[in-house]
Structure formats: structure tokens, C-alpha cells
Design a binder for this molecule. Structure first.
Ligand code: MIC
Ligand code: SF4
Length: 641
């Protein structure tokens, strides 16, 4: 029987396990990427492994998140990261060079390779046929040390594309359509593999928009075949030698099939506060919704073609007086090309505010919208408060919808703009890697500013445990709820004690204080707990506050792995028991270690407050159980050594 493309790459990298959906597999990792907001922790962890150099084919450290530098913290982190990169054989992409996923696609990604990144949008690399997966920083540190990456074997979904996109309908609308159909938890435990005649109609940046935002489905990753279109892209990047043809066997099978006829799609929009709250743009256009801000950029939609089209649509026109239009190009390559061909002048003349080539407003690093403001963004997440303004209404759209709305001042169907500006992808991109420092053999001293604090350690799991349910939350809690980002808090990413004060602060201001006073406790969540970003701080900081277990109806993949890595027990609670447990209840887990070691998949807990007993379940591999018993992956690895 033939293999699909995802299976082929997995098979070629499989070091443990079998390719049976749901079973744990271990993969050899060829490439890693980190960004500065998760990278500082990842490198502190790598340092602790005491290895002379990274053991991957390629590792790149990007600085793209924390670039506001309102105090010394970010700049200190950048120096730390630069010196670490030099010391351990890692490429260093300097601040200003671009957003990690965009730059990695342009300059480093290779079809058929595995890429592990400490950022949930690492699957962007699937746009050129990589198996690119997001993970917590500790998993990436282990991969840099040559260790395998453990995950459960996903189901492979065939997204079969037919037809062709109509003018003003875009790749963003394809992924929004999938989010509309499947929701933010529809992709958990799955890889989305794109096939069919529609694939050839999509250029690499369009494919990358789709694989990027597959993260919002909760998917393990998404992948396109590597074909002639991929070859042309890599050739235009001066990297044709990195190309190889890759696709599924003709008799490949899949666990599920989804059909999308591209010709039938229309411009779509995700409404506040979730990427799956998707409707047709024309429905909202009919409602005359005034727009305060339009933000174009992020790792989802900031390619050369995206921004050229925006520039063309703005040429000779002026942004609506009530709209602030901000644009953050994806990379120095994109921005320089726009500057050289004059498109940048068109953008500036039209009234756009040009930001540096970083994540910027996507992660709340500046450009927070006004109170109750409406912000249209070409980004991938519109979780409440992520923009920096809790009362803001953030919508997710294509650059086409964004620019149309920036011109009219209200949510607008771009088809109203008339002729679609045809933009060709260039035959050759501007290649200048001067802002990427290659590894050297020089011996360097690590520069550690006062913001870089050491990693806290966790005790092994106790024999039995008693603790209070400190917080009860609902479905689809994001890691932005658990560990918020934004301009005020993000600079504390390498300072766990300080960062921990902010855990759950969007949800309950008193949480951190209460957790400290109680000496830790338990969190109770609904479905898809921990969706969104890969930030391991959403496990690490609760661990620091003494959280020992999270009870949820289901977990998002990366967050569950992060909980295990930091010795926090992820337990599954039934919807009925979830209803019965109240915030403040005291739970007791007698013989916890023993119950877990027995690997029965079930654990009993006594609700001391209510005088009842509940049965919780867990899905953990033997390795994961051992990690939790040890008090996390660092202890586990040390014990093994
Ligand atoms: C995000 O988009 O939420 C981030 C910021 O890129 C995160 C990583 C982080 O929190 O540092 C992600 O997606 O993993
Ligand atoms: Fe940066 Fe936003 Fe992409 Fe995250 S989603 S990597 S914050 S641009």
C-alpha cells in the first residue's frame, strides 16, 4: 500500500514507535528554529545539557517578537541569544531581519526535512513540503541536543482541492473556510495534507498562509507537496539545490478526506474572539461596521506578493480618515524589495504607518486598538485581549479585505474595489543574508543581563496529593489566557519569578496571589484547554506557582506536552464531573504515584469538600508517566544520565 506524503517523511525520520494514529512516536529532527520570546528559556535548557554544539543539521535563532525595547530587558535577551548562537553553532537572525516563519521559508527550509520550532506557527514550513511542527522550548532544546521529538502519531487528513480561486478570494479564505467547518479543536491529533488539482494553482506564499494557520485548527501540522511551484520559489530564492520533488503515492490512503472547491469560495472573515467564528465578508459589509484600525502583516500574510497587492490597491489613494493602517512586512527581503520598486512609497503616501519586520501588533507589542475599537488584522489569532485592548473587537481577514476596509473605513467586500491587481511572484528575490550571523568557531562569553534568571526546578511528584481547585474555567482556554503576552509582560519571558505574577491575570486578577498563598493547587478547564501558542511559560509559570494538576475535558497538543515536560499532571475530567466540581473544592489524590505508575489510564480523586469520589482518566505514554513522576523532563533526563 502506498504512503501519503506526511507518512513518507515520518517514516524516514522515525526512531521509535509505529505509525499507528494515537500511539507515541519519536522523530529525528533535522532543523530547529526558536524565536526570542521562547528562545531564551530553550537556550537556558540547552546550556544545562552541557553539549559543545547543537547536533542538528541546522538551527536558527530568530529575534522577532520582543523588539519594542521599552526597558533593558529585551535588548539584554537579544545579546544573550546572539552570544549563545555564536557559542553553540546556531545561525542568528538579527532583530529587523524578519519574522521567523517568513525568513525560514525564504532562506532555510527544505522539502522533506523535519523542522521543530518553539513557536506554534512553525508549520508554515509545510508550504514547501517540510514536516514542520511547533513545540515547547524544552522539546526544541532536546532536539538541538540531538534527541528525538516525541508526539502521538497523528491521523492524516487529505484536504483535496479542486477549482481555482476567483479574483479577490485568497489563501486566507481557504484556511478560514476550514476553520469555519472544523473549529479550533477540529485539527487536534491530525496532520492536514493538501492534494488535488487545486494545489498547483497556489504559489508558495499562499500555501504557507494555509499551513501557518493550520495551527489554529489545533493540528499537529499541515503540508503541501513539493512540486514545480516549490522548485520555482526555491530557485527564485537562489536555493534550487534544496529542492526535491515530493508527493503522496498514487495509491496513498488517508484517515479522512475533506473536499474544497476553490472556485466556490468567497472572501471570509473571523469575528471576535476566535479564529473559527467565520462568516462571509459580505454579510458584515451589509451591516456598515466602522473600522478603527487595519493591521497588515504577521507570519500569516506578510509576503512580497501580499504587500505588493496592498500597495497596488492603495496606489494614488488615501486611507480613510478614521482608520489607522499599520503594516509590518514579513522580512527584510520583502521590505527591501518594496522599497526598491517604489511600492513602499505608495504605501507611505496612502497613509500607511510602516512598522519594522517583526510580529509587532500580532502579539500586542504596540498598536493596541482604541477602547471598544474595531481592528481588522491579516493575522492568525484574535483572542480577547491579545491586541493589548481588552474591549477591542478584532477580526481576521486577508490583505485584500484589509486594504478594501482601510480605504472605505468600514468592513468591505474587496470585490467592490473593481479589477483585481495581478501581481506576479518575482523570478528572483533580493538575496542578502547580511542580517543573519552564521555560526563561528570563536569561543565566546555568554552575555547574561539581569533579566535572565535561571530555570526553576520542580520536585518529583509526591506520593499523594491534596490541593484546592484554584480556578474553574470554560472551553477553549488559550495560552494567552493562561500566560498573557503583550508589551508589558512579554519582556519578562526569561524571568519566571516575575512573569509568574501575571498567570491568568486576564481571567482572574487574584489568581497568582491566591496560588502563592495556598502553596499551589489545581486548575479545572473545559475542552481544548491550552490552545494557541506554544509558550511553555503557560506550564512553567503555573509550575512555579505550585500547580500540580490540570483537570480538563480535553487538551491542546502542545500545551499538554508542555505540562508533562514541567511535571504537571494533565488529567481528563468527564463533562458530568466537570459540572459537579466547584472552584474552591479541595481534592485529594491518595497514592498518586502508585496510581500513575500502574498505567491503568484512570485515577481516583476524593472531593473532600463535597464528600464524593470522581474518576479521572489520562492518556500518557510510559515515557510521559516517567517524566511526570520525575517532576518534569529536566529531572527525568538528569536521572537517566
Ligand atoms: C503567538 O503567536 O502566540 C506566539 C507569540 O508566536 C507564540 C509563541 C510565544 O508565546 O512566544 C506561539 O505561537 O507559539
Ligand atoms: Fe509572531 Fe504573530 Fe506569527 Fe506568533 S502568530 S509568530 S506573534 S507573527
Amino acid at each position: 500500500m502506498g504512503l501519503n506524503l506526511a507518512q513518507k517523511i515520518i517514516k524516514a525520520h522515525l526512531v521509535e514507535g509505529t505509525m499507528e494514529p494515537g500511539k507515541e512516536i519519536a522523530l529525528k529532527i533535522d532543523q530547529t528554529l526558536t524565536q526570542d520570546a521562547t528562545g531564551t528559556m530553550a537556550y537556558l535548557q540547552f546550556e544545562a545539557m552541557d553539549l559543545p554544539k547543537v547536533r542538528t543539521e541546522l538551527s536558527v535563532s530568530y529575534v522577532d517578537h520582543n523588539t519594542l525595547q521599552t526597558g533593558f530587558e529585551n535588548a539584554d535577551d537579544h545579546l544573550f541569544l546572539q552570544s549563545i548562537a555564536q557559542k553553540y553553532g546556531i545561525y542568528f537572525s538579527r532583530p529587523g531581519n524578519g519574522i521567523c516563519h517568513q525568513v525560514h521559508l525564504e532562506r532555510f527550509g527544505k522539502p522533506g526535512k523535519t523542522l521543530l520550532g518553539s513557536d506554534s506557527h512553525t508549520p508554515t514550513g509545510g508550504g514547501i513540503g517540510m514536516l514542520a511542527i511547533g513545540a515547547g522550548g524544552l522539546d526544541v532544546a532536546v532536539a538541538m541536543g540531538g534527541g528525538a521529538f516525541y508526539t502521538s502519531m497523528p491521523k492524516i487528513v487529505n484536504v483535496h482541492l479542486t477549482g481555482e480561486l476567483k479574483p479577490w478570494v485568497t489563501a486566507k479564505d481557504i484556511i478560514l473556510e476550514l476553520l469555519r467547518r472544523l473549529t479550533v479543536k477540529g485539527g487536534v491529533g491530525k496532520i492536514f495534507e493538501y492534494t488535488g488539482p487545486g494545489v498547483a494553482t497556489l504559489r508558495v506564499p499562499q500555501r504557507a498562509t494555509i499551513t501557518n494557520m493550520g495551527a489554529e485548527l489545533g493540528a499537529t501540522t499541515s503540508i503541501f507537496p513539493s512540486d514545480e511551484v516549490t522548485r520555482e520559489f526555491l530557485a527564485a530564492q537562489g536555493r534550487e539545490a534544496d529542492w526535491q520533488e515530493l508527493s503522496a503515492d498514487s495509491d496513498a490512503t488517508y484517515d479522512e478526506v475533506i473536499e474544497i472547491n476553490l472556485s466556490e469560495l468567497e472572501p471570509l472573515i473571523a469575528q471576535p474572539h476566535s479564529p473559527d467564528n467565520v462568516v462571509k465578508v459580505k454579510e458584515l459589509a451589509a451591516k456598515d461596521i466602522a473600522v478603527n484600525q487595519v493591521a497588515i502583516g504577521s507570519c500569516t500574510n506578510s509576503s512580497y506578493v501580499d504587500l505588493m497587492r496592498v500597495a497596488k490597491a492603495l496606489q494614488g489613494k488615501r486611507v480613510h480618515p478614521d482608520v489607522s493602517l499599520v503594516i509590518s512586512p514579513g522580512s527584510k527581503q520583502v521590505l527591501t524589495m518594496l522599497a526598491k520598486n517604489g511600492a513602499l512609497a505608495d504605501l507611505v503616501q496612502a497613509g500607511a504607518r510602516i512598522l519594522e519586520c517583526t510580529c509587532g501588533p500580532c502579539i500586542g507589542m504596540g498598536q493596541a486598538p482604541p477602547t471598544n475599537g474595531v481592528s481588522l488584522r491579516t493575522f492568525n489569532r484574535n483572542f480577547e485581549g491579545r491586541s493589548g485592548t481588552k474591549s477591542a473587537h478584532v477580526y481576521l481577514v486577508s490583505p485584500e479585505v484589509a486594504v478594501a476596509s482601510a480605504l472605505t473605513g468600514k468592513i468591505t467586500d474587496p470585490r467592490e474595489l473593481g479589477d483585481y491587481p495581478e501581481i506576479e511572484e518575482p523570478n528572483s528575490f533580493l538575496i542578502d543574508d547580511g542580517m543573519i550571523l552564521p555560526p563561528t568557531d570563536e569561543d565566546v562569553e555568554i552575555r547574561r543581563g539581569p533579566n535572565i534568571k535561571s530555570m526553576p526546578v520542580q520536585e518529583p511528584l509526591p506520593e499523594s496529593y491534596k490541593g484546592k481547585v484554584l480556578l474553574k474555567v470554560g472551553d477553549n482556554i488559550t495560552t494567552d489566557h493562561i500566560m498573557p503576552a503583550g508589551a508589558k509582560i512579554l519582556p519578562l519571558r526569561s524571568n519566571v519569578p516575575a512573569l509568574s505574577q501575571h498567570v491568568f491575570e486576564q481571567v482572574d486578577q487574584t489568581f497568582a496571589q491566591r496560588a502563592k498563598e495556598a502553596g499551589g493547587g489545581i486548575i479545572l478547564g473545559g475542552q481544548n484547554y491550552g490552545q494557541g501558542s506554544s509558550r511553555e511559560h503557560a506550564a512553567l509559570c503555573p509550575m512555579y506557582l505550585g500547580i500540580k494538576a490540570v483537570l480538563a475535558q480535553s487538551f491542546a497538543r502542545i500545551h499538554k506536552a508542555n505540562l508533562v515536560n514541567f511535571g504537571i499532571l494533565p488529567l481528563v475530567v468527564s463533562p458530568e464531573d466537570y459540572e459537579k466540581i466547584a472552584q474552591g473544592d479541595e481534592l485529594e489524590f491518595p497514592d498518586l504515584r502508585q496510581a500513575l505508575s500502574a498505567q491503568t489510564g484512570e485515577i481516583q480523586a476524593k472531593n473532600l469538600t463535597q464528600g464524593s469520589t470522581i474518576t479521572l482518566s489520562y492518556e500518557l505514554s510510559d515515557r510521559q508517566v516517567a517524566v511526570i513522576l520525575a517532576g518534569g523532563l529536566l529531572n527525568y533526563t538528569k536521572n537517566k544520565a
